[in-house]
Design a protein around this ligand. Structure first.
Ligand code: 13P
Ligand code: ZN
Ligand code: NA
Length: 279
């Protein structure tokens, strides 16, 4: 059934446990993601970015997802990832997303507070959960400017004033695939965890060593965002398939190994987080 971040994260807050939040990049991958979660009996946070909405269409994403979610045996959150435009975030709430991220992390603090509050005021009466970000998780390529770390006192005040349901923090991760192993600032996370009462979110979790993924779940991280580590094996599977089958031109045959590689990567992350009850 359809769920919000509160439905799936609140019970994990004081446990060393987290849920994977996986990006679905196009319509066809949505049923594969849901099937993967069902086979592991794992609660699912399915994330959709603006780029996906532009390609696939918001109504198509919602109608396909809702049809599958209604029939599913596991709680599924359909979450708009990294919404930067207030009107667009509101449109996603209106369209049927059960959860949204408003990402004002590049804005001055006061502006981030103001806009996040506006989204919370819009979302809450509709029963939609809101994630926001304080500090800024950058990208490996450096695109979009430098990352800045989350200040614990800042995070505490931000969470209190905005009343968000979940808070993304910056503790050394980046979006994309790292050139070197990232070094997480666990002491900073511990101090954020002591001061912030809402479930915390780790963005840029692709490429973070397994031990660190497990470690952060003990200090308030309840949602682990994974996109690049799904896209990379998807693309590699296509390259491998085409090398072995250079004359194949049936899209379904070319996509099949890519879907399998995506599902395998999702299941591995779910198992790492302890969600492998059907295995
Ligand atoms: P990665 O690029 O590390 O997978 O990060 C994903 C993410 O944070 C999505 O919001
Ligand atoms: Zn992110
Ligand atoms: Na990453």
């Amino acid at each position: 059934p359809l769920a919000t971040l509160n439905d799936v994260l609140t019970e994990l807050k004081d446990k060393p446990a987290a849920i994977g939040a996986f990006n679905a990049h196009y319509l066809d991958i949505i049923p594969h993601l849901i099937k993967a979660a069902e086979s592991q009996q794992a609660p699912l946070i399915m994330q959709i970015t603006e780029a996906t909405l532009q390609n696939s269409g918001i109504d198509n994403v919602i109608s396909l997802s809702m049809r599958l979610i209604e029939k599913s045996s596991i709680p599924i959150v359909i979450h708009y990832d990294h919404g930067k435009d207030i009107d667009r975030v509101k449109a996603c709430i209106d369209a049927g997303f059960s959860s949204v991220m408003y990402d004002g992390s590049k804005l001055p603090y006061e502006e981030n507070v103001k806009r996040t509050k506006e989204i919370v005021a819009y979302a809450r009466p509709k029963g939609v959960s809101v994630e926001a970000e304080i500090g800024h998780v950058g990208t490996v390529s450096g695109e979009g400017g430098d990352a800045f770390y989350t200040h614990p006192d800042n995070a505490s005040e931000f969470a209190r004033i905005t009343n968000v349901d979940a808070l993304a923090v910056s503790i050394g991760t980046q979006h994309g695939l790292y050139k070197d192993t990232p070094k997480l600032d666990i002491e900073r996370l511990k101090s954020i965890h002591r001061k912030v009462d809402v479930p915390l979110v780790l963005h840029g979790a692709s490429g973070v060593p397994d031990e660190d993924i497990k470690k952060v779940t003990a200090y308030g991280i309840c949602k682990i965002n994974i996109a690049s580590e799904l896209k990379a094996p998807w693309a590699q599977a296509i390259r491998d398939f085409q090398k072995e089958n250079p004359d194949e031109y049936d899209p379904r045959k070319i996509l099949e190994p890519a879907h399998k590689a995506y599902v395998k990567a999702v299941k591995e992350k779910m198992s790492l987080l302890g969600w492998n009850h059907a295995a």
